[in-house]
Write a protein that binds this ligand. Structure first.
Ligand SMILES: [Zn+2]
Length: 119
């Protein structure tokens, strides 16, 4: 698949990455329709925060193409969005619409979930 490849501060080039595959029952493969540059991507680009070489970027919208066996919140063909902050959508805060107060929500969680960017 095509991707923007981070090679180090100030160096991002178009390139190829392996097609993503379902590795865990909770995974989904999403075909990115539109991505954007997050301020945190610029931290890496500017050299303000370290990041391994590879694809970065974690804010996008796309269409679900494959689902792990444990995923029941979306279906193949659904349009989905990956926001800056991951939240579990199950805790009382999330259920009341205050996802920013989710105890598992964090940018770090997003980076942990997508260590090679939104692929
Ligand atoms: Zn929550």
């Amino acid at each position: 698949m095509r991707a923007a490849i981070f090679k180090g501060p100030g160096a991002v080039d178009p390139g190829e990455r392996p097609d993503p595959v379902i590795q865990q029952p909770t995974n989904a493969v999403v075909r990115v329709a539109l991505g954007r540059v997050c301020e945190s991507d610029l931290w890496y680009y500017r050299g303000e925060s370290p990041h391994a070489a590879g694809s970065i970027g974690h804010e996008f919208i796309g269409v679900v193409e494959q689902l792990g066996s444990a995923v029941d919140s979306v279906r193949v063909g659904d349009l989905v969005a990956a926001p800056f902050i991951y939240s579990d959508m199950t805790c009382p805060h999330c259920r009341n619409g205050s996802t920013i107060s989710c105890p598992v929500a964090s940018h770090a969680a997003t980076v942990r979930l997508m260590p090679q960017g939104g692929e």
